[in-house]
Structure formats: C-alpha cells, structure tokens
Design a protein around this ligand. Structure first.
Ligand code: GDP
Ligand code: IMO
Ligand code: MG
Length: 423
C-alpha cells in the first residue's frame, strides 16, 4: 500500500522542522501542513537568506511541488497575505502551488483579541501564547461555531462573520478588554481575497487521490509533541494535535496510510512560554546555549528557555508518535562545551522515575549522564566520517537509549548543512 511520511517535532517546538522539510522536499511531490497556524514559525535558510513561514508549508521554495494546507490548520488571512506577498517579492508565486482545504478554520481578528484578553486575566499562570488567536479559534471549531475557508465563497459569508464577531464582542465585554476588531477588518477581508487566489479544495479527497496516484507526500508538523493538546504538559500546550495521529485527522488520511515517521529533535532542549521544563538551565550554561544557538523565537522574537537534552521526554515522544527515524538538529551549537549532559531520569521527593509525572508541581530533579564534549568546528562538515568521536558517541548513545536510528544530522541553519550517517 502506498503511504505518506510524517515529520513531527519531538520537543516543545522550534526543533528545526522547517529546515528539514526544505531539505527533504526534493524527495517528495507534496508537502502538507495538518495542524497549527500562525503560531508556528518555520525558518529556512539558503543563499544566505533566512525565510520564516507561518502558515505556508516549507516546500514552497521548490518548483513543481504541491503545498497543501489541510483541514486541521487554522488560518489568519492577514498573516497569510503577508506571507504570500513576501514570497511573491522573491519571485515565488503561492497561487501556483498552494492548495487550501475548504474545511480549514479561519482566525478572526476577534479571536486574536480573545487570546490576548484570556492571557491577560491569567497573570502569573498565563500560557505564554503567541497571541495569534489559536486557542479561541480551535475552541470555536470544537464548539461548532467556527468559520471555514469554504464559507468565504458562499453567499452570506459576511453575515456569518458578523454573527461570530458579535458573539466574541459579548465575551470580550465580560473581560472588560478594550480592543476593537473593526480596526482590523479591512485588512482581514483583503486577506480573504488573497486566499481566494489559491486553489480551494476538498482536501481529504484531493490528498487521497494523490496517494492513489502514488505521489510522494510529506506531512509537516508544527509545534512539538510536548505541546500537544492531549499529551503535552497541559495546560501549557497549544490547542491542536501536534502528534503523528494529528496528520490523520488534519488531512483526512487513514492510519494505515502512515509510512515513515520522522522525529525532529534538537541536540538540547528549548521552550518558549510557560510550563514545566525539568532540564532548564538558569545559569551561564543556559545563557551560552541561548547565545550560541541564537534561541530567540521565529514568531514572537521572545528569548527561548534553554536546557540539556531530556531523554525521558524524548522517549515519550517517540512512543506517542511511533517514530521510525530520528533527525537531530543544532548539533553544532554544542561545540565548545567541555561536558555535555543528558537527563536520564527525574528524582521526585520519594523516588526516581523515568517519565514526566502527571503532577509537575512537585520538585523534580533531573539526573544526568555526563559526556565528553568536542571543540572541533563541525558546522561545515559534509561527511559523517569527519565528525569527532565524542560527537558520534553522543549520537550512538541516543540511538541505543531510544532504539531508533538517527538518519539525518543538521549542522547549521543552511539547507547545505546536513549529513547522513552511514548505516
Ligand atoms: P521550527 O519551528 O521547528 O521550524 O524551528 P525554527 O525555525 O522556529 O527554529 C529553529 C532555528 O534554528 C531557526 O533559526 C533555524 O534557522 C535554526 N536551525 C535549524 N537547524 C539548525 C542547525 O542544525 N544548527 C543551527 N545552528 N541552527 C539551526
Ligand atoms: P513551531 O511550529 C514553539 C507555544 C507558545 C505557548 C504555547 C501556546 O515554530 O515549532 P499558542 O499560541 O499555540 O496558543 O501558544 O505553545 N508555541 C510554540 N513554541 N514553537 C512553536 O511552533 C509554537 N507554537 C506555539 O509559546 O507556550
Ligand atoms: Mg518555530
């Protein structure tokens, strides 16, 4: 049976998924996003230029590919238009290759305002949302109030828009939150016109036809497994299914159609926003990781929290997604550290455990294995045989612990900085 491959983030997002999808795109005919929305920031770098994509799949820079935005994605027309125009200025024409599901939901200006109002009242317990309106839009989806892409070409769209906006205004009055969605409406409706220039499709039929035609398809995950609505560190999560199973519901493909599951993880850990992060470093090592890794958000510019690799969490993500291949990114960032640590278990007040417990408010001390670092600059290496032994020991240890092979090693932000371990 012809299958599709799924690429997933295994940590708290920003693992370098965009770069890897861009590198892999030549091997595929179709790149499909299946969840999330403009909370995602996927960076790609080639010819010394960095591009950040939010809604548009990371296959967009390769010619003759289909880029599909699936039903599980939420779309802000304003962000979409800005992204599309930035691509057009580079000679890439989104209208040629982008297909958008009629069933994808729309983020209204009032969803964004609701997101901000909801975060504002939470104070210290705020999630640290990207404030792109993600939570409120998925709430309207499951609450059966949402507006979808297919609605934009139907009669009565404006009335439906106004009805939902007024509903949001009623809620906003309870928050006593002052921002007026009408300020953003003109731009929003211009975005809707931009969306109409793309191909609007019944994407579940579209993608299944492509599968039947034996097209090679890669589903591109956004966020990461530890931000998943069910399996992430709830409530400090996003509002969608970021895991492999999300590709089935976010595209309309059967579980039996899933082929390789490519799990992307950083050589260390980062997190933006609130929530538990057992290996977080508040010392100069954390600052060094942030500076060497340039760990500042692609979407919000916020400094990312940094810490050592967390093996129990990585194993958990591998289990949830059924990962068949591991892809490690940002290995170059660890160059120059005398010692590299990997968390192997957590110590609670009464026992040692190798999984993140339900109650993360209790003290949780990470237990570390210490490994020798390397000082050789690995960022320009083109062949695995030139990688330092200490680095390969790190990779081998991860493979042994997880039981999954590392099939790609990313050594820098550029498209070219990638090596494939010989097996
Ligand atoms: P995504 O959301 O998973 O696509 O990741 P982001 O693009 O938000 O964040 C990853 C950041 O690391 C971006 O700035 C990338 O350009 C950069 N990056 C990706 N892979 C590597 C790598 O192997 N080494 C280094 N130094 N940077 C990388
Ligand atoms: P990519 O695809 C990293 C985080 C936010 C916040 C929480 C909820 O670039 O890896 P939301 O706006 O979704 O309501 O925010 O999730 N978050 C991300 N962190 N990378 C992302 O996407 C993220 N998308 C959301 O910082 O903590
Ligand atoms: Mg990102």
């Amino acid at each position: 049976m012809h299958k599709i491959d799924v690429l997933i983030g295994l940590q708290w997002g920003d693992e370098g998924k965009g770069k890897i999808v861009d590198v892999l795109t030549p091997d595929y005919d179709v790149i499909a996003r299946f969840q999330g929305g403009p909370n995602a920031g996927h960076s790609l770098e080639f010819n010394e230029i960095k591009h950040v994509l939010h809604t548009i799949p990371s296959g967009i820079f390769h010619k003759q590919k289909i880029n599909l935005i699936g039903n599980g994605v939420v779309i802000d027309p304003v962000v979409f238009k800005q992204e599309a125009q930035a691509l057009e200025s580079l000679g890439v024409l989104p209208a040629d290759s982008i297909h958008i599901s009629n069933k994808a939901h729309l983020i209204l200006p009032s969803h964004r305002i609701l997101d901000a109002a909801s975060e504002a009242v939470k104070g210290e317990t705020r999630i640290g949302s990207t404030l792109k309106g993600i939570g409120p839009t998925y709430m309207d989806k499951t609450g059966r109030n949402g507006l979808r892409i297919g609605d934009i070409i139907l009669p009565g769209f404006y009335d439906k828009y106004r009805y939902l906006k007024n509903k949001h205004m009623d809620i906003l009055r309870q928050y006593d939150y002052k921002d007026d969605p009408e300020k953003y409406e003109e731009e929003w409706f211009q975005g809707i016109e931009k969306i109409k220039t793309c191909k609007l499709v019944d994407s579940e039929h579209f993608i299944n036809h492509l599968i039947n035609d034996k097209k090679r398809i890669l589903a591109e995950g956004a966020q990461g497994t530890l931000l998943d609505i069910d399996f992430g560190s709830y409530p400090y999560v996003t509002s969608s299914s970021t895991i492999c199973a999300g590709a089935c519901t976010g595209l309309g493909i059967a579980p039996s159609r899933i082929g390789e599951v490519l799990g992307v993880f950083k050589a260390y850990c980062t997190r933006v926003g609130g929530g538990p992060f057992p290996t977080e470093l508040h010392d100069e090592t954390g600052t060094r990781l942030r500076e060497q890794g340039m760990e500042f958000g692609s979407t919000t510019g916020r400094p990312r929290r940094c810490g050592w690799l967390d093996l129990p969490s990585l194993k958990y993500s591998i289990m949830i997604n059924g990962v068949t291949q591991l892809i490690i990114t940002k290995s170059d960032v660890l160059t120059g550290f005398d010692k590299i640590k990997v968390c192997t278990a957590y110590k609670t007040p009464d026992k040692v455990i190798d999984y993140l417990p339900f109650d993360t408010s209790q003290p949780l001390e990470p237990l570390y294995k210490e490994m020798k670092g390397w000082s050789k600059d690995i960022s320009a290496i083109e062949d695995c045989s030139q990688l330092p032994d200490e680095f390969m020991s790190y990779i081998n240890y991860i493979e042994e612990e997880t039981g999954v092979p590392v099939t790609m090693i990313s050594l820098g932000p550029s498209r070219k900085a990638i090596v494939y371990p010989q097996k």
